[in-house]
Design a binder for this molecule. Structure first.
Ligand SMILES: C[S@@+](CC[C@H](N)C(=O)[O-])C[C@H]1O[C@@H](n2cnc3c(N)ncnc32)[C@H](O)[C@@H]1O
Length: 237
């Protein structure tokens, strides 16, 4: 491996593999950890399939073009020049790439996901010297403490069986002063999307994620709901 984002990622791992599996263009660490709880619902099954990941990829591009609230708050994250950023549940990887652009030519952005088809799309579209992808579970991130200057996760926490574990992991790997922004879908006005819970997505009560942020010691916590989207932001002191 030359000086790629994956080589740089290996230096950030708690327990780097002796023989890294990068044959698919991402670093696959999931096979080493089967102990985290799994989402067996239909929605995650779709995101773990080639057709579902392709449909999601197209839909999210259109969605982000049309709905400003679905775009990540890149400026607010204040990623320093040459900094390191994390995208949890990166899907097709375009948010990861946007984080890397914000970090400038010496920066690094890493995307983590459990879905092989999503990671394949991410690698094909976005991987490069500053953008790398890893297959790992959000509930047990493979990185060392205090590694990232900023962390984000868009439309993922509703699928994670243990969201407290995932948020704790994001806080653990964030440097002091680093910022976190998380977006989750909401069932919307009049609970229009409430039926999606049958597909394995959970809904967070108003303030549930904000309270989680505060319990984990994040400061300046802000929650904002725009229609079907909720954003929660905070900073590690
Ligand atoms: C709706 S997609 C969002 C993708 C991307 N964040 C975006 O906004 O375009 C949800 C993604 O979360 C991933 N995911 C679900 N559970 C996960 C977990 N426990 N750890 C890591 N990724 C997970 C799925 O595989 C899927 O790619």
């Amino acid at each position: 491996m030359t000086d790629t984002a994956l080589q740089r990622a290996l230096d950030l791992l708690t327990d780097p593999p002796a023989d890294p599996d990068v044959g698919k263009g991402y670093l696959d660490l999931l096979g080493r950890d089967e102990s985290t709880p799994k989402n067996t619902g239909a929605i995650q099954k779709a995101w773990a399939s080639p057709v579902g990941s392709m449909l999601y990829d197209r839909a999210q591009l259109l969605n982000r073009r049309l709905i400003a609230a679905s775009r990540p708050p890149i400026d607010w994250l204040r990623i320093p020049a040459g900094g390191t950023a994390l995208d949890v549940g990166c899907g097709p990887g375009n948010i990861t790439a946007a984080l890397a652009r914000a970090a400038g030519p010496d920066g690094l952005a890493l995307g983590v996901d459990i879905s092989e088809p999503m990671l394949a799309r991410a690698v094909q579209a976005e991987a490069g010297r500053q953008v790398g992808f890893l297959r790992a579970d959000a509930q047990r991130l493979p990185f060392r403490d205090e590694t990232f200057d900023a962390a984000t996760s868009l439309a993922v926490f509703q699928l994670i069986p243990d969201p407290v574990a995932a948020l704790s992991e994001m806080v653990r790997v964030l440097r002091p002063g680093g910022r976190i922004a998380i977006m989750v879908p909401t069932p919307g006005p009049a609970n229009s999307f409430a039926f999606l819970a049958r597909g394995g997505a959970r809904w967070f009560a108003e303030d549930e994620l904000g309270d989680m942020f505060e319990t984990l010691g994040l400061t300046g916590v802000r929650t904002k709901t725009h229609g079907f989207i909720e954003w929660v932001r905070g900073q590690r002191p």
